[in-house]
Design a binder for this molecule. Structure first.
Ligand code: HEC
Length: 116
């Protein structure tokens, strides 16, 4: 068994405390401000209800996720939300603004990974 003297114990404890305090920071920083309050569960169920995947699969094959191009022209969280809003309007989906945000937040979480 490893024995720590008093000094080492303080260092280990400090390191653990710092790790515990710092851990949530990078996690929080990964969520763009516009998606901070988004309801991901609602977003996922809206994606399931609105044929997003079915139509995308028709266009690009596979599981349809090839439609999402994180390195394409959609390169910020704002543009991603704007794209979902555009689909909402052009396909007549009648989504509320917070629903558009929720959907975009899910796509960001699963595919785009924008941090701002
Ligand atoms: C009727 C077919 C259809 C439906 C339904 C549909 N989409 Fe799309 N979607 C498309 C097509 C086609 C494109 C490519 C448009 C382009 O490149 O200009 C696209 C592109 C996108 C993109 C941009 C991908 C990128 O990175 O360039 C996003 C995001 C997206 N759709 C989200 C959705 C979501 C979310 C839904 C459901 C709420 C949805 N779409 C429903 C046909 C559809």
């Amino acid at each position: 068994m490893v024995k720590f003297n008093m000094h080492q114990r303080v260092i280990v404890n400090t390191a653990l405390t710092c790790a515990a305090l710092l851990l949530p920071l990078p996690l929080m920083a990964q969520t763009p401000a516009i998606f901070k309050d988004a309801d991901l569960l609602m977003g996922q169920s809206l994606i399931n209800q609105n044929n997003c995947i079915a139509c995308h699969t028709q266009q690009v094959g596979g599981d349809g996720s090839g439609m999402y191009k994180p390195l394409g022209r959609i390169n910020t969280a704002g543009l991603l939300r704007g794209m979902v809003e555009q689909c909402n309007t052009s396909l007549g989906m009648s989504l509320f603004p917070e629903e558009v945000t929720a959907i975009a937040a899910v796509l960001n979480h699963t595919h785009y990974k924008f941090t701002d």
